[in-house]
Design a protein around this ligand. Structure first.
Ligand code: CA
Length: 245
């Protein structure tokens, strides 16, 4: 089972997250100090690190920077509500995702599942014996490593900046491309307009979340309608989701 390092100095929150993760069957280690966490992450192979930003010892962003881009373990940052710059610098420094405090535990668990699926750590306890090289071609893990994301016959190739449906190219603007990528990397997670806006635009756009509806409409026109499929579903009053099944 995946081994997760929870780095959080608010003890109650850390304990709560630990219990929930253990309940899901994960192995959990905890640290409430940035310097200690960096040491743990350097000397152990974790499958995922949940990293708070405001920490004693060394802050989370600094931990992330010192781990460096070559560190194999995916990191999800825990950030304060309006710490927009933290989110941006965190993603720049190599975090795969972030979650805003306070969060619903279901959302945290869903993001943990996605991060583990998209960023498997080679040589970790959970991956031992799990990979059959003959089947590695186009596995979700290899796809993710290559920046390739799929939904049914849709393929988004990040490196080539190319989207196709059944091999047919779909021409998207940068923003549409980014939004599609957010959907594809968060399949089965209902994304609120705020979340989409933050992930796509990179900053809070308070009061103008209908920008998201505009981009969703563009994507639907270029993909759903063009190929007569139903990809982006509306969750009334909440946001949008792409379902993997
Ligand atoms: Ca903290």
């Amino acid at each position: 089972m995946a081994h997760i390092l929870v780095v959080e100095d608010e003890e109650k929150l850390a304990r709560f997250v630990e219990l929930e993760l253990m309940h899901e069957g994960y192995e959990v280690s905890k640290s409430g100090d940035g310097r200690k966490a960096l040491e743990l992450a350097t000397n152990n192979t974790y499958d995922l690190i949940l990293l708070d930003i405001m920490l004693p010892g060394l802050n989370g962003l600094e931990v992330l920077r010192r781990l460096g881009n070559s560190h194999p373990t995916p990191v999800i940052l825990l950030t304060a509500r309006d710490a927009v710059m933290d989110k941006v610098s965190g993603l720049d420094a190599g975090a795969v995702d972030y979650i805003t405090k306070p969060f619903a535990i279901e959302e945290l668990l869903a993001r943990v599942r996605v991060a583990l699926k998209l960023h498997p750590v080679e040589g970790s306890a959970s991956s031992a014996g799990a990979t059959d090289p003959s089947k590695a071609q186009n596995s979700p893990a290899e796809d993710a490593a290559n920046g390739v994301y799929r939904w049914k016959e849709l393929v988004l190739d990040e490196k080539k900046h190319r989207v196709t449906w059944k091999g047919q190219e779909v021409s998207l603007t940068n923003r549409e491309f980014e939004m599609l990528k957010v959907f594809l990397t968060n399949q089965d997670i209902v994304l609120t307009r705020d979340t989409l806006l933050e992930k796509v635009c990179g900053y809070d756009y308070v009061g103008e979340t209908n920008v998201v509806d505009v981009y969703v409409r563009f994507l639907r026109t270029k993909i759903d309608e063009a190929f007569d499929i139903k990809m982006i579903e509306t969750v009334r009053g909440v946001g949008y989701v792409i379902k993997s099944e």
